[in-house]
Design a protein around this ligand. Structure first.
Ligand SMILES: NC(=O)c1ccc[n+]([C@@H]2O[C@H](COP(=O)([O-])OP(=O)(O)OC[C@H]3O[C@@H](n4cnc5c(N)ncnc54)[C@H](OP(=O)(O)O)[C@@H]3O)[C@@H](O)[C@H]2O)c1
Length: 285
């Protein structure tokens, strides 16, 4: 890390978790670059960022030329810590989702962070240090009904970061996959659903878990009490991890996420116990 004043690059820093992480890193005395698709809007919605010394960069990680923009930024500012945060959720049944809607989700949640990570690595390798932090989700480990597209993007980008963690371990670079549960940010008010639902929910899935999930995800204007995650506490945990060090790859955040992960791990354990004999019997004699 750059001695004294590490530089953080946070994508999607204009709101929610990205904003909290950017402000927490500034509070810790670091130089912070925040990306946003709209600098003017970010200046209005998050004036405290530049007031406290943060530097906005206008870029959209979902555009293919963002790789060059990330690389330029990483070199010019000598980035030590990348926080791959920008993202949104697409909620809808697998059958009801257009391929173009899946691609759009992948551009933001998968290709965006992939571009940013690839673009920052050479600067970190040259220093022999750095952190690549992915803000994934509990949905990066668990695929609930109606969340296939969102989970696919998060599973896929977790795979890249998990693989990368092994690739760069001996080079002094650390990778952290953060898996938040439900946090109090504008995230749920920005959820997208299949275009085909504009003419009504699909007949074939009425009354199923898909309809339940979609109904619970649309038109959210105020956060339900069940959403317990505090983005500022999440930001404190993330910044602290880079200061104290960490020997884990995944950092779940929120009680709801811990419960959900335990459920999924139990399910994986039951599947393995139920299939071990079948699996063991398929090697050559
Ligand atoms: N809040 C939760 O409950 C929750 C739970 C699990 C995981 N997460 C993850 O946490 C990350 C941050 O989400 P948040 O809760 O802080 O939500 P948020 O307040 O909506 O912030 C999302 C950020 O991502 C950027 N973004 C959103 N849609 C985009 C698009 N189509 N193209 C490019 N950039 C886009 C936005 O940046 P600009 O508009 O400034 O460009 C925005 O600052 C996401 O990756 C999300 O998947 C959130």
């Amino acid at each position: 890390m750059t001695a004294g004043h590490p530089t953080w690059l946070v994508t999607g820093a204009s709101s929610g978790l990205g904003k909290s992480v950017a402000l927490e890193a500034l509070k810790a005395g670091y130089k912070v670059i925040g990306t946003t698709r709209d600098v003017n809007r970010a200046e209005t919605t998050c004036p405290e960022f530049s007031a406290r010394g943060g530097i906005w960069i206008g870029l959209d990680p979902a555009q293919s030329d963002s790789y060059e923009q990330f690389a330029k930024c990483s070199q010019e500012h000598n980035v030590d810590v990348l926080v791959n945060n920008a993202g949104y959720a697409f909620i809808g049944g697998v059958e009801d989702t257009r391929e173009s809607e899946v691609r759009d989700q992948m551009e933001v949640n998968f290709y965006g962070p992939l571009r940013a990570a690839r673009a920052c690595l050479s600067v970190m390798r040259a220093k022999g240090s750095g952190h690549i932090i992915l803000i994934s989700s509990g949905a990066g480990f668990i695929a609930r009904p109606g969340r296939g597209t969102y989970s696919a993007s998060k599973f896929a980008i977790e795979a890249i970061h998990e693989s990368l963690s092994h690739e760069v371990k001996s080079l002094g670079i650390k990778v952290l996959i953060v898996e938040p549960g439900a946090f109090r940010t504008p995230f749920s008010s920005r959820i997208l659903t299949p275009t085909q639902y504009t003419t009504g929910f699909s007949e074939g899935y009425k009354g199923t878990a898909v309809e339940h999930m979609v109904a619970g995800s649309r038109g959210i204007t105020s956060l339900p009490d069940s959403v317990k995650g505090d983005p500022d506490k999440a930001a404190q945990a993330i910044v602290k991890a880079t200061i104290t060090g960490y020997d884990y790859l995944r950092l779940p955040l929120g009680r709801d996420c811990v419960v959900a992960l335990e459920d999924k791990i139990g399910q994986l354990r039951r599947d393995l116990d139920g299939t071990r004999l079948i699996a063991m019997a398929t090697d050559v004699d």
